[in-house]
Design a protein around this ligand. Structure first.
Ligand code: ADP
Ligand SMILES: Cc1ncc(COP(=O)(O)OP(=O)(O)O)c(N)n1
Length: 272
């Protein structure tokens, strides 16, 4: 057997297992990629919302990154919750020092419950320090509005934002996710030359905790395996659509998505 594909997530936690590091590692595992993690913040949250969180000391974040890179080099990396400016600056510095490629950024700002997971003052750092290093960035509509300063209410405005994020801010590619538009689940992909639409049925469900984390983790896993970017995004869209379509009905609020659903479909299984 050749070298096992390896992916790293740099993000916050979710003890209820639906979002953050937990969603990322489940996704890596389901897509047959060896998962590793650097924890930026311990978040006390569940399907009902965020209670509180504690940022990890910078030295501990740095030491976790060194522990990974000195031993098992990942083939792809994603970032999720980075919480504040000095964490963003540190991660950018380490990314450059370790010459990271295949970098997927989920620009996490606010949880579905409405709780802020990124300091207001840190948004410009995310754009200035990290966005130019990305292979792909995956903002939802409110995040794309924050990054570009535009109002986004339709597909043309999603395309305008996507173009600005790549052409002006320096991301290699972007998917502007339309999970917040209410007709179809339509996302816009742009890589500096080609626009594409990823369209799926929109399921009427409250079990959408961790959808953004899962989608970006699936892109990361595919990039770790060497899948070309456009195809990695396509697989991630199928993964998240299946995970939303077959809810597992956990929790009293916005329940987690179903990480078994993608392989169930591929292999004709019914593990849940
Ligand atoms: N109810 C839904 N039915 C089908 N797909 C959805 C639904 N909600 C979100 N998606 C899809 O899930 C992915 C994550 O999108 P989104 O929920 O906007 O991210 P975030 O969690 O960052 O807000 C996107 O591909 C989006 O189109
Ligand atoms: C630790 C942590 N990171 C990110 C999120 C946001 O997750 P997301 O996939 O955008 O979905 P919601 O949680 O907002 O439904 C999070 N909650 N926690």
């Amino acid at each position: 057997m050749g070298q096992v594909p390896r992916a790293l997530t740099i993000a916050g936690t979710d003890p209820s297992g639906g979002a953050g590091i937990h969603a990322d590692l489940k996704t890596f595992q389901e897509l047959c990629v060896y998962g590793m993690s650097v924890i930026t913040a311990v978040v006390s949250q569940n399907t009902l919302g965020v209670k509180t969180f504690l940022d990890m000391p910078l030295e501990l974040i740095e030491s976790q990154m060194d522990a990974v890179y000195e031993d098992i080099r990942p083939n792809a990396v994603k970032t999720g919750m980075l919480s504040q400016s000095d964490v963003i600056r540190l991660v950018a510095q380490k990314m450059k020092a370790y010459n990271v490629d295949n970098y997927v950024m989920d620009p996490v700002m606010v949880a579905k419950s409405g709780d802020a997971l990124l300091a207001e003052t840190a948004k410009k750092e995310l754009v200035n320090e990290l966005l130019p290093l990305t292979t792909i960035v995956t903002p939802n509509l409110p995040e794309a509005e924050e990054i570009t300063g535009r109002t986004i209410q339709n597909v043309q405005q999603m395309k305008d934002a996507a173009k600005q994020i790549v052409d002006e801010f320096g991301a290699t590619a972007v998917v502007v996710k339309g999970g917040h538009l209410d007709d179809e689940a339509r996302d816009i992909y742009y890589d500096g030359s080609v626009f594409d639409e990823l369209v799926a049925s929109r399921y009427d469900t409250k079990h959408t905790h961790g959808t953004g984390c899962t989608f970006s983790a699936a892109i990361t896993a595919e990039l770790a395996k060497g899948t070309p970017l456009r195809q990695a995004v396509e697989t991630a869209k199928t993964y998240i659509t299946e995970a939303i379509k077959h809810p597992i009905h956990l929790g009293r609020g916005h329940g987690p998505v179903n990480h078994w659903a993608y392989r169930n479909r591929q292999e004709g299984l019914s593990r849940a």
